[in-house]
Write a protein that binds this ligand. Structure first.
Ligand SMILES: Cc1cc2nc3c(=O)[nH]c(=O)nc-3n(C[C@H](O)[C@H](O)[C@H](O)COP(=O)(O)OP(=O)(O)OC[C@H]3O[C@@H](n4cnc5c(N)ncnc54)[C@H](O)[C@@H]3O)c2cc1C
Length: 391
């Protein structure tokens, strides 16, 4: 068969959910994915455990989607994060909540999520073609013509879910943007979002240390979240979120113990005055970080620090200054900012206003979110809406 009522290009979370919705509505459905397996990028999220959604409120979702999240009001009124949770529970996948509302399968394996999505498509008689790259798309009269290297398919409805341009090795190389341009739809400028930060800092000494709920700030932007020191600088949610507000050349301020005021920290250190600086700090911070903070001082014990040195130590803990030299490139950033211009798209159906039958969902749209399950939520929910029938 080469004609389908709905063809979906791109088997990430948006495309898989679009295929589920389309087949649920009884449409003959084909999902085409160029990788050997579905959901390659999704599989790598949450450290390979799949951060499938976030269990926050609608306000939390909108806050977690700083790049045009409000466009998704209508999408979320049709299918939201709670529908994602119910979908997986109804299909035998138990989920659990971790810090900051992040949700994962209880198996801690991405495969559980991808298998459940794939199984549902097949159960509803949707067809899946992997290892197949779409090379061109046209509309002739009322029909879309979708060409792969080997075959040409036709469809009444086309859903484009090819993702952004970050991590192109996962398959997201921006092909959907070429489709949009072919149909004369505007595409906004692409930028790196959720980028690890490059710093001028002795990061090699701290490489691999991860911290829970520290405060990283620049100017009026104050972010309390987890942080990771890497061989090039800073990563983890706090750094990724701050990346929207910096370019390079700024000084970021890091409070390693935001839950303690400077006064409380001073009285803690006074209490521990007989201990070595490192041992006193080790009770509050990871050992290697305690070592790093103790290193600049000739004194061994807390009580041997001069007043000036004690002030310096407190400042290093409560206001560590980290010069930012830049960010990772778009290809090495977690998310793409920019994409198909939203003015081109009907927010209720995700159909192009200019080209009837042409729909877009997921990261190919000009929508970007924080990691923590928000991008995946946007992709799954918009996928459902784009794949649904609307009367
Ligand atoms: C390392 C990493 C960690 C992340 N962690 C998180 C996280 O914790 N929480 C979160 O919310 N988000 C996270 N994200 C972002 C999230 O994974 C993406 O926003 C999400 O996968 C986008 O879904 P999508 O379906 O729109 O596109 P994608 O997942 O990018 O899927 C698009 C698919 O289209 C296919 N495709 C492209 N062109 C063609 C073609 N011509 N023919 C056929 N197929 C094609 C691609 O091969 C790909 O499989 C992370 C991203 C990365 C890179």
């Amino acid at each position: 068969m080469t004609h389908f009522e709905t063809i979906i290009i791109g088997g990430g979370p948006a495309g898989m959910m679009a295929a589920i919705a389309s087949s649920y509505y009884g449409q003959t459905t084909l999902l085409i994915e160029k990788n050997k397996r579905l959901g390659k990028k999704l599989a790598g999220t949450g450290g390979g455990r799949c951060n499938v959604t976030n269990n926050g409120s609608l306000d939390d979702l909108l806050e977690g989607i700083p790049g045009n999240g409000r466009f998704l009001y209508s999408v979320f009124s049709q299918f939201d994060n709670h529908d994602i949770i119910s979908f997986f529970e109804d299909n035998g996948v138990a989920l659990k909540v971790e810090d900051h509302g992040r949700m994962f399968p209880t198996t801690d394996k991405s495969r559980t999520i991808i298998d459940a999505l794939e199984k549902k498509i097949k159960e509803q008689s949707g067809q899946i073609l992997t290892n197949t790259e779409v090379v061109s798309v046209k509309k002739i009269d009322e029909l879309f013509q979708i060409k792969t290297k080997e075959q040409t398919f036709t469809a009444d409805k086309l859903v484009v879910t090819t993702g952004g341009k970050s991590y192109p090795s996962t398959g997201s190389t921006g092909f959907g943007l070429e489709i949009a341009r072919h149909f004369k739809l505007e595409v906004t400028e692409l930028e790196a979002a959720e980028s690890p930060l490059l710093t001028d800092f002795p990061h090699k000494l701290l490489q691999g240390i991860s911290l829970d709920d520290v405060t990283l700030s620049y100017d009026k932007h104050v972010i309390t979240h987890d942080l990771l020191f890497t061989h090039f600088g800073l990563s983890g949610p706090a750094a990724l979120r701050l990346s929207s507000f910096v370019k390079g050349g700024e000084i970021a301020h890091l409070d390693l113990l935001p839950q303690m005021s400077s006064e409380e920290l001073l009285s803690y250190l006074t209490e521990k005055r007989e201990k070595s600086i490192k041992n006193a700090l080790k009770e509050l911070l990871p050992e290697r970080l305690a070592d790093f903070l103790a290193q600049p001082f000739a004194a061994d014990k807390v009580k041997q620090l001069t007043e000036k040195e004690l002030t310096q130590l407190l400042a290093n803990i409560k206001d560590m200054q980290i010069p930012i030299t830049g960010k990772m490139s778009l290809a090495k950033s977690f998310v793409t900012k920019g994409g198909v211009e939203l003015k081109e798209i009907n927010p209720k159906t995700l159909e192009s206003k200019k080209v009837p039958g042409l729909h877009f969902a997921g990261e190919v749209l000009d929508i970007n979110a924080h990691t923590g399950g928000f991008n995946i939520t946007a992709a799954l929910c918009s996928g459902w809406v784009a794949g649904s029938l609307h009367w």
